[in-house]
Design a protein around this ligand. Structure first.
Ligand SMILES: C[S@@+](CC[C@H](N)C(=O)[O-])C[C@H]1O[C@@H](n2cnc3c(N)ncnc32)[C@H](O)[C@@H]1O
Length: 273
């Protein structure tokens, strides 16, 4: 295993890919709402940085239509190519995919774009400011840079749930070990400024609230994806993780708890024409 700092902390398992698709379903209405606030049009060109399973590429493709184009970029080539195959077969738009690391890539085919977009990607890179700078350089004058990122400040299970301490320990512990910022969402305006983009033109901040039966499985899936690093680096133990999974099962059988999701903070800026 690579040292923390160089790896994708959620791992690359089929369970994690499934979790990414479930997560995308949760946030699709929020992303659509955010994109609906911009002056987007058929025929536009878009780039989705860290496109993962391609769910936002699909949404962008629906807006851009058959005369538009949507490029995906992801360091996970297998996931991106699979997404590309599905998109090309189902959504009338011109889709492409680049297998690459946004931190080391200097150029991307198709740049500049009318929209450069990233969701829950900056939190996984070493230098989010450098990536923002790059995204802005790949944006056409008059085009948009749009970013949505997590801020874990709101993550709560109510009433007090015995599994929460372990979830926070592993979530906070792995992020810190890897040098990732679990409160990046609130810092996006500052990050835009630091990257030379200037203050965002607007923001869209959202969360989700639902019964444990609906969102408890996500608490389990996030924890499970982080667990290999947490065990390897001594953030948690086998016994603590087994106790956590027991608490999840107990809560799922009790219908007494409510889960409040992390915030998804979205910001955008239109590049001067
Ligand atoms: C949490 S997923 C989000 C996927 C997608 N944006 C979404 O919201 O559904 C983060 C994605 O960023 C990709 N990623 C992480 N670091 C990257 C990098 N340095 N360059 C390109 N992609 C990266 C991961 O492979 C993963 O697919």
């Amino acid at each position: 295993m690579n040292p923390p700092g160089n790896e994708y902390i959620m791992g690359r398992t089929s369970q994690e890919y499934q979790r990414l698709r479930s997560q995308a379903r949760v946030w699709e209405p929020v992303t659509r709402r955010l994109l609906g606030r911009l002056e987007l049009r058929a025929g536009m060109s878009c780039l989705d940085v860290g496109c993962g399973p391609g769910e936002v590429m699909r949404v962008l493709g629906e807006i851009a239509g058959p005369t538009g184009r949507v490029a995906g970029l992801d360091v996970d080539g297998n996931l991106g190519r699979e997404a590309l195959g599905v998109l090309q077969a189902t959504t009338p738009c011109r889709f492409t995919f680049t297998d690459g690391n946004v931190e080391t890539l200097e150029e991307i085919p198709g740049a500049p774009f009318d929209v450069t977009y990233a969701r829950i990607t900056l939190v996984h890179v070493r230098d989010p400011i450098a990536v923002l700078r790059k995204m802005y350089a790949w944006t056409k004058p008059g085009g948009y840079i749009v970013v949505q990122e997590y801020d874990n400040c709101s993550l709560t299970v109510y009433p007090e749930w015995p599994g929460m301490v372990e979830l926070e320990k592993v979530l906070g512990g792995v992020y810190a070990k890897a040098g990732r910022d679990q409160f990046l969402g609130r810092k996006l305006p500052t990050c835009f400024d630091e990257a030379g983009i200037g203050p965002p033109d607007g923001s869209e901040v959202a969360s989700e609230l639902g019964p444990f039966s609906q969102y408890g499985p996500m608490c389990k899936a996030v924890y499970s994806s982080l667990l290999p690093i947490a065990l390897k680096t001594g953030i948690t133990s086998g016994a603590d993780s087994e106790a956590y999974f027991r608490e999840v099962e107990k809560a799922l059988s009790e219908s007494k708890y409510t889960v409040l999701f992390p915030l998804l903070v979205g910001v955008w800026k239109r590049k001067p024409a």
